[in-house]
Design a protein around this ligand. Structure first.
Ligand code: HEM
Length: 416
């Protein structure tokens, strides 16, 4: 039907443009939208930022899409790519030249050097540093007036992952102020994909940092990648090197901010669940996993393309059609989690979820995000046992983006 994009609905030309469900970041209730989409079918024709695509909203279908040999992240497979509106968040994700959109040998070549950087051993070494950074942020919060609302997204959830990823990547201290200015401005937008001006500024800053590192290698990721870039006539091209570092900064940041923000909101709303953590009946890591399932930091993520005609769960996709991954929806699928899929329950027996993806593109930073989430949430609730929401979570405006799932603020009163 939609000739320009090569997406013709259910493969038989039946889905009219008007029949498509339009995904809207400003929706009053994303989870209710997702309930409707899951009921409509395993793969549903939608429009996101003006782009027609299939939405994979059910857990089992999403798992199939993420691992199917006939589904690829390589942009050239998308027959409708030329009709994609430029400058959107989707545009910026699908045109990223990092490992995110690579497959096969190229994907292995780009991913392999990063696995050491994110190995469990290296992360264990990071734990004390993350605890120190968390303690410092909590000390700062403790200096504020106990009965005045404070936005924990901005003052706590945001700076922690930024400090951690900056150290891991190797952003020198003298550039931190500039970086803080840039990332603070992104805090409430929801992601750099949604703020092109700021992304350009970040690119310039990273360019400068990478250039400086060229002559003075250190114990950081930029230096590791550089060594690889220079070796063997450059196993990483200049562009790949830059794209990798930028991806790590972006992927490793706002997603974790959303995780911490959403966990605070959930636990302050469901105080009985918080009591289970405080009394030691349940570990804080359970709250992190349940938040990832129940309120996935990523709502919708572009894009995979059918490399040939393929049938998935009874729906026929034509070669070149795009599929959007609906991570927040899969986390609330009753077929996977039962009738209480919408209940936040830290004692749940089944904690498996797809919030970090699955298969070859499984999130490289998952162990790091989990570690940060657990340390942050535990330290915060131990430091402020009387903390309470200043406004109910449902009244807080959502992020202005399709990709991220969180609120723009998380105002709380810290208490004595
Ligand atoms: C990939 C989610 C934190 C680095 C992914 C994917 C998801 C995801 C769903 C797979 C995308 C796909 O298959 O289409 C998350 C969430 C996070 C988080 C929910 C926080 C709660 C991080 C952190 C880092 C990171 C902290 C690094 C510092 C990456 C990278 C990829 C990726 C490099 C691409 C892997 C590849 O294509 O092979 N992430 N992520 N992420 N993530 Fe994360």
């Amino acid at each position: 039907l939609d000739g320009a994009t090569g997406l013709d609905g259910d493969g038989d030309g039946r889905a009219e443009q008007a029949d498509r469900f339009v995904l809207d970041p400003a929706t009053a209730d994303m989870h209710a939208d997702n309930d409707r989409l899951r009921q409509a079918g395993p793969l549903v024709p939608i429009t996101a930022e003006g782009v027609p695509a299939w939405a994979a909203t059910r857990y089992a279908t999403l798992l199939t899409v993420l691992t199917h040999p006939d589904m690829s992240r390589e942009l050239h497979h998308w027959t409708g790519r030329h009709a994609m509106p430029p400058g959107t968040a989707i545009d910026r994700i699908v045109t990223d030249t990092s490992l995110l959109n690579a497959e096969g040998e190229r994907h292995r070549r780009l991913r392999m050097p990063l696995t050491t950087a994110f190995s469990q051993r290296r992360l264990n070494g990071l734990r004390p540093r993350i605890e120190e950074l968390t303690a410092r942020l909590i000390d700062r919060l403790a200096e504020l007036l106990p009965d005045q609302p404070v936005d924990l997204r901005l003052e706590f959830a945001y700076p922690l992952p930024r400090e951690v990823i900056s150290e891991l990547i190797g952003i020198p201290a003298r550039h931190q102020d500039e970086l803080h200015r840039l990332t603070d401005a992104v805090a409430q937008v929801g992601g750099l994909e949604d703020s092109p001006g700021l992304r350009k500024e970040l690119r310039e800053l990273l360019d400068q940092i990478i250039d400086e590192r060229r002559g003075t290698p250190g114990e950081d990721l930029i230096s590791d990648l550089f060594a690889l870039h220079e070796k063997d006539g450059g196993r990483l091209s200049e562009d790949e090197l830059f794209a990798t570092i930028e991806l790590l900064f972006i992927a490793g940041h706002v997603t974790t901010v959303n995780l911490i923000t959403n966990a605070i909101g959930a636990l302050l709303t469901e105080r009985g669940q918080l009591d289970l953590l405080r009394s030691g009946q349940c570990p804080y890591s359970a709250a992190v996993e349940e938040t990832l399932r129940w309120d996935s930091p990523i709502a919708y993520f572009p894009m995979r393309y059918a490399v040939r005609d393929v049938e998935i769960d009874g729906v026929r996709l034509r070669t070149g059609e795009p599929v959007l991954a609906c991570f927040a929806s899969a986390g609330r699928d009753p077929h996977q989690y039962g009738d209480d899929a919408h209940v936040f329950d830290v004692t749940r027996e089944q904690f498996t979820h797809l919030a970090f993806g699955h298969g070859p593109h499984f999130c490289l930073g998952a162990p790091l995000a989990r570690l940060e989430g657990e340390i942050a949430i535990k330290a915060l609730f131990e430091a402020f046992p009387d903390m309470a929401l200043a406004r109910p979570v449902e009244e807080l405006p959502p992020l202005d983006t399709l990709l991220g799932n969180s609120t723009r603020t998380m105002p709380v009163v810290l208490g004595p």
